[in-house]
Design a protein around this ligand. Sequence first.
Ligand code: MN
Length: 486
Amino acid sequence: MKKVYFITGSQDLYGEEVLLQVAEDSKVIANYLNKKIDGVEIEYVATVRDELSCVEACKKASNDSDCIAVITWMHTFSPAKMWIKGLQFLTKPLLHFHTQANEKLPYDEIDMDFMNLNQTAHGGREYGFMCSRLGVKREVVVGYYEHEEVIAKIKNFIDVARAVDFSKNLNVCMFGSNMREVSVTDGDRVESQIKYGWNVNYYGIGDLVAYINAVTDDEVNAKMAEYNELYVMNTDNLDAVKEQAKYEIALDKFLTEGNFGAYTDTFQDLHGMKQLPGLATQRMMAKGIGFGAEGDYKTSALNAIFCEMAKGRKGSTGFMEDYTYDFTRGDEVVLGAHMLEVSPDFASTKPKIEVHQLGIGGKEPPARLVFDGVEGDGVAVCMVDMGNRFRLICASIELVKQPKEMPKLPVARIMWKLKPDHKTGAAAWIYAGGAHHTVVSTALTVEDVKLFAKLTDTELVVIDENTDLYKLEQELNMLDLMAKLK
Ligand code: MN
């Protein structure tokens, strides 16, 4: 199981008795967090009292591949010059827990001994200054450790830290390259690896075709039985469905063997295949494998990372594309879909397997899952390469029920409303250089994306109910200027 280290700051001045109490209280808090937070072990590592013990604890966290984050707590005052070297060694996401062993002040009993032992208000500021001075990106969580909103914040931090750890170890497979002439899906793969850890590599589609040709009839029949159980078989063209079953089996093997968490393909490079992977890719996305169409490696990586972040939460997460609008005044809505590849995680109705002609790519009609989408609050997020840095753009959106049936639309779809209103939200996205490919999630919030951006030191533009176009354009100018100064 992955671990989060709990390190408590103190110093030698207070004597052994106080330090023993500090360690005791640290264990109580770490144990309490352990009881309340699943999927990760919170381990009290040490009470650090000087530079050497800081360095040891921070090195230990940085060297432990199971450690995804560090929580630090200043129970007492901890002179922060002793933290400099340690923090310089720390490579894991940091949460500064500004809490106390006590919720209330013992007004009748309080004396200077109590004050000396319980002084996070004092010690947290000294430590916080050093983090700011060193430019350490961290999350500060304030409040009594048993309060549920405090626990909720720590849980969110751990979800994001786990996603950052996942990102550092993510392999992305590109079948073919970026769609010819398309700009926003492209990017600097070397920089992506330096900054986020993504190992993005190209494979000829023929490498996958070899796996497709090796799929047996028994494997295909088992997969068809699975489809029949999960979905409505709304086609007589079972051969077309079997073709996608082969693709799913082959993709599963290829990606598992290569330890890939995400992949891309492109309809311009399907040599040896009869169809564009539709149903097959939808199935892979439902397993949490990231996908980006048209060679969009950035969105495929982001898709996998956000699925990891959303693990254990309610809601849907997947690759998406802004396609077309309903411009009815006051009832504007975005229709999001793709040619085929929409994750069944978004399904609000039992998906139907259908086979239809695809007007692009010049291949046989592909099988795909068709369904209506879920409703609820969510985010749409994209990553663009601005040349001298990556930018994340996050829109707060509301997924809504489609106003009318769309009986002739042969593809899964979701619909959503923009904030603060359609015109402002869409213009803001376009001013920010936002892509047509996104990851949409109803499991994640703007706060999660903000934290991910902070911990990965990525520029972020948020579009929400407070967005004002004039201020946004000023913000974008500032961001351009800051990037030039760096
Ligand atoms: Mn696309």
